[in-house]
Design a protein around this ligand. Sequence first.
Ligand SMILES: Nc1ncnc2c1ncn2[C@@H]1O[C@H](COP(=O)(O)OP(=O)(O)OP(=O)(O)O)[C@@H](O)[C@H]1O
Length: 242
Amino acid sequence: MIEIRELTKSFGERVAVDHLSLSIEKGEFFALLGSNGAGKTTTIKMISGLQTPTNGDIIIDGMSIFSNLQQSKQLMNISPQETAVAPNLSVKENLEFTAKIYGFDKNEAIIRAGEMMEKFSLTDRAKAKAKTLSGGLQRRLSIAMAMISNPRIVFLDEPTLGLDVRARRDLWNILLGLKGQMTIILTTHYLEEVEALADRVGIMHHGKLCALGTVDDLKEQYNKNSLEEVFLSVTEEMEVLV
Ligand SMILES: Nc1ncnc2c1ncn2[C@@H]1O[C@H](COP(=O)(O)OP(=O)(O)OP(=O)(O)O)[C@@H](O)[C@H]1O
């Protein structure tokens, strides 16, 4: 379980994440939804240990990640917004290379790469250089690389940004197939993505977590028919308050 306590990050005067508290269950698919600049990326950078908070703590299975950074980092991996693939390496080489970085020997790396290509439907593109893949396939490869070490927690930062409808659906189907096998924390602007994938959603606005629950919970709580209406209502309330 991940327990986020009063997490805060300031950049000078700007408070990017403001006293965020939240618990995420083991194996949960959790979505952080928010408009541009809401603080989603900063939040996942802190949870994944890439950024130090100004205040607050994150506890994973009873252990503070900032006091045990190296150990904690082994539990998780991130697929960032900017693609992490090496353009001149093939799909297979990118995967094998990543597996070796995580300590798999040559044979294990070949086996893991093969398994990930199967899971992510990349086998027929094994020998293609990453730079020749479509945006959708590059993103799939990037996520496969983030998952190759079998992390317990994976962060996906806007995984379908810029993808066309088909590529987005294909990736959703792959992610649905992985649901429950690891804890997945996803940031997105897409409401349909949350509805299709997430067990629970947190809505962020101006650095604050302003709503939390399943999509159905939130519709009921705010007396709305769709997540979009909930989102608009919650963020409007916040605008009135700030
Ligand atoms: N390194 C930084 N230095 C200064 N300000 C930063 C830095 N990183 C983020 N910010 C600011 O913190 C706020 C939150 O940014 P963040 O990238 O976390 O938002 P986001 O919800 O991920 O947005 P987007 O959906 O556009 O990716 C923004 O106002 C941003 O300008």
